[in-house]
Ligand binder design. Structure first.
Ligand code: SAM
Length: 334
């Protein structure tokens, strides 16, 4: 990227137009594969970016050609005034494709306003449709609230994607139920391969199942027809229409069939660290720059340009079977 260009490009020529911004590392759940309870202390509040700082970063992103913004966490709705923040982003940049990834436990009552503000899509993480299992996997008895939030989001006209981490022996026996869910409503269900993130999560080969194997199981339950749809362009999911159904079922395969060649993402953690690759521990500290009036956004812009020169191909830093990354997903923003 040259400093004055309006399109971000990395050192390998990939255009970068998608920013994933983690608004908090805090979460009301403790999913066994993500952030097991009592393990990682939360980041002190003073080190979390303020909304004004995040809005400055979004403005810079827009100048640099960021067209899609995802708010993630931790649990984004666990941060106070998230709705006000969303309103201020979309008030300033109504054309931005703004999406949210959430566990949906605190989403009820908000979808109508989110739709009105112009949010394009909600990704809802839900790994099981069984109440007791949900409580075991996440540490909270919230499945009913999540199901209500899914219904409310659909009723509000939001595009809904339900994401489940594929956990062999934990939710692989529920693939039929997820296919049924996708058939019953105009939403996407995606199974994502379990990634070995964080030092202490339960990743082991026995719990891992490839996207291909998930798909083979799903294909036993329903007639799945590959779908190429405008919403998928650039996205890593492989989606399938279900014969006679309303929604789609699909898989995301970051491990078995990586999509690094087309990666268009930048991540900023809640404490203001820029990451150019989920699987690389290399981080660039933006917060001190943002908080130094002599440096500010012009220096952030330079650091982004520098970081992008070396945006890795994730598979080069990924060693399947070993935790490639010591920070949990909740700290990075999945
Ligand atoms: N709290 C929000 C939620 O639950 O969607 C946003 C943050 S969460 C870290 C984002 C996504 O990362 C969730 O869909 C979660 O399932 C996924 N995730 C976390 N750890 C993972 C892992 N080890 N492998 C694959 N996906 C993971």
């Amino acid at each position: 990227m040259t400093e004055n260009s309006t399109r971000l490009r990395d050192g390998r020529g990939r255009e970068v137009s998608y920013l994933r911004l983690s608004v908090t590392d805090r979460c009301n759940l403790a999913c066994m594969y993500c952030r097991p309870r009592d393990r990682v202390p939360f980041i002190p509040h003073r080190n979390i970016l303020r909304y004004e700082e995040m809005l400055d970063l979004v403005s810079l992103g827009r100048e640099l050609g960021i067209a899609k913004l995802r708010l993630t966490g931790g649990e984004p709705f666990a941060r106070r005034d998230l709705m006000v923040f969303i309103e201020s982003i979309l008030g300033r940049y109504p054309e931005l494709d703004l999406r949210i990834t959430t566990n949906a436990t605190m989403l009820a009552g908000k979808p109508a306003l989110l739709a009105e503000l112009g949010v394009s899509a909600i990704n809802i993480s839900c790994d099981t449709l069984d109440r007791e299992k949900y409580a075991r996997v996440t540490g909270g008895d919230h499945l009913a609230a999540v199901r209500r939030a899914i219904d409310e989001s659909l009723a509000a006209g939001l595009r809904v994607k339900v994401n489940a981490v594929a956990l062999r022996g934990i939710n692989t026996d529920e693939i039929a139920n997820f296919v049924r869910l996708a058939a019953s409503a105009p939403l996407d269900v995606r199974f994502i391969e379990f990634m070995p993130m964080g030092d202490g999560n339960l990743w082991k080969p026995e719990n891992y199942i490839t996207a291909k194997d998930v798909l083979a199981l799903a294909q036993r339950m329903a007639d799945l027809v590959p779908d190429r749809n405008v919403h998928d362009t650039g996205g890593p999911a492989k989606m399938y229409r279900i014969a006679g159904g309303l929604g789609r079922f699909g898989v995301i395969s970051p491990l078995s069939e990586h999509f690094c060649d087309t990666c268009n993402r930048l991540r900023i953690t809640a404490d203001g660290k820029l990451r150019t690759c989920l699987f690389s521990e290399r981080e660039f500290r933006l917060r001190p720059l943002l908080r130094n009036p002599k440096l500010g956004l012009p220096m952030v812009r330079r650091v982004i340009a520098m970081a992008l020169r070396d945006k890795p191909l994730g598979y080069e830093v990924l060693d399947p079977g070993a935790a490639p990354e010591s920070r949990d997903m909740s700290a990075i923003g999945g």
